[in-house]
Ligand binder design. Structure first.
Ligand code: HEC
Length: 308
């Protein structure tokens, strides 16, 4: 190589280098594109939303419980369990206990929050003591039921893919407006049934499928206490309920409402009332609407009547 050739090479070599790098970039561009877009979320890189539906149903979340009492309210208030694990969609019954440690009757008022905040829309409470004024007598202690479920749509929300714990926290305050308080003693095991509350619960939880005087998705329920199961004319019962030889009494209704499909395997009612006190009040209402027949009385309740 003479000096002129060497001089040309000194100019050409860097150019060749630049061309090589550019070719390399083109060759690797799909990878670079993906790296870039993966990091920034640009370019429509699809999120993995196609989760297997069965995996969603199998998915479990832990629900933790927390409780606070505002200074100035002489109550002890604690969750009876720190946490429970639930399947999405599964109804769960938990208890909080409240005790008035003072010598006066006191009215409290609870607020709650659910965290992380974005899980709140999926957290459904079927029964809770929130937003009502609640009175506790001096030194009275009561276990208050909360029934909830986590909406299965929780499992489809890609933003919540990494969240497996939800916290439900209640805070009790001294009520500023104690006039129309409800008595927390309604949750005591020996408390008398409350037909008016039963009517309200019936409207909330049963009338989507039942009426007192007509068949809807479920059979007519007026007069159900003392009636043979599966016996309303013109209603198409499941073979299981139709052939169950049983008469509805306070006791059998209690078992039915606790878990219809366990009480009468093959029955088609998809609803459960997990809290004992709500069952008690609904049944009292149904007894009243059945004309308080003798068979419906509490004395009968211990012996469900079975027809052979
Ligand atoms: C989502 C609809 C639905 C809801 C809500 C529902 N039920 Fe039912 N219920 C049914 C169906 C369906 C049947 C018939 C079951 C069968 O044929 O196996 C039924 C049957 C019954 C029966 C048996 C009646 C008979 O003639 O033998 C009783 C009692 C009853 N339901 C009470 C209740 C009460 C009380 C509530 C409210 C807490 C309630 N149900 C809420 C759907 C529902």
């Amino acid at each position: 190589m003479d000096s002129r050739q060497r001089k040309n090479l000194r100019v050409i070599a860097p150019c060749l280098g630049v061309i090589a790098i550019m070719l390399g970039l083109v060759a690797y561009s799909p990878q670079l594109y993906r790296l870039f877009c993966g990091a920034t979320g640009l370019g429509g890189t699809t999120q993995r939303v196609n989760e297997d539906a069965a995996a969603v149903a199998r998915r479990m979340v832990t629900v933790q419980f927390d409780s606070n009492v505002e200074p100035g309210l002489p109550w002890r208030f604690t969750p009876e369990q720190r946490a429970v694990k639930v399947h999405l969609g599964e109804q769960k019954l938990v208890y909080f206990s409240a005790e008035n440690v003072s010598d006066q009757p006191i009215v409290g008022h609870a607020t709650f929050n659910v965290t992380p905040l974005q899980t709140g829309i999926y957290f459904n409470k079927i029964q809770c003591f929130c937003f009502t004024e609640e009175r506790l007598d001096p030194h009275q202690k009561v276990d208050m039921p909360v029934v909830f479920y986590v909406d299965p749509k929780f499992g489809k929300d890609s933003e919540l893919r990494d969240i497996d714990t939800i916290t439900l926290a209640y805070t009790f305050f001294r009520s500023a407006n104690p006039a129309n308080a409800r008595d927390l003693s309604r949750f005591l095991p020996g408390a008398p049934p409350d037909q008016a509350n039963g009517e309200k619960l019936f409207a909330e939880r049963c009338t989507a499928c039942h009426a007192l005087d007509a068949n809807k998705f479920g059979p007519m329920l007026g007069g159900v206490v003392g009636r043979k199961a599966g016996a309303v004319a013109g209603y198409r019962y499941s073979p299981a309920l139709k052939s169950a030889s049983l008469v509805w009494s306070a006791e059998s209704l209690d078992q039915w409402l606790t878990d219809p499909q366990q009480f009468v395997p093959g029955a088609r009612m998809p609803v459960r009332v997990l809290e004992r006190t709500s069952r008690r009040d609904i049944i009292a209402y149904l007894q009243k609407e059945s004309g308080d027949r003798p068979k419906a009385t509490a004395a009968d309740a211990s012996k469900p009547v079975r027809l052979e």
